[in-house]
Write a new protein. Structure first.
Length: 69
């Protein structure tokens, strides 16, 4: 559930939801406690498939900085 009025969460993160294999997206302003509880109950136990995430960002940044020193 993206934060209300948070540009990145409402634009960049939500738009290609199929591309990053996200599950259900709920609207902050239109999701009450019962709807949220139902959505959570429906998603619990659902198989997930995460895309790999690059984990070498610090090493790449260090290499770029090392070139400047």
């Amino acid at each position: 559930m993206p934060l209300r009025h948070h540009f990145e969460q409402n634009f960049h993160v939500q738009a290609p939801s199929g591309a990053v294999r996200r599950g259900r997206c709920l609207d902050y302003d239109q999701t009450g406690p019962e709807a949220l509880a139902q959505a959570i109950a429906a998603e619990i136990g659902r198989p997930v498939s995460y895309r790999p995430v690059e984990a070498d960002g610090a090493a790449r940044a260090a290499a770029l900085l090392a070139e400047l020193i």
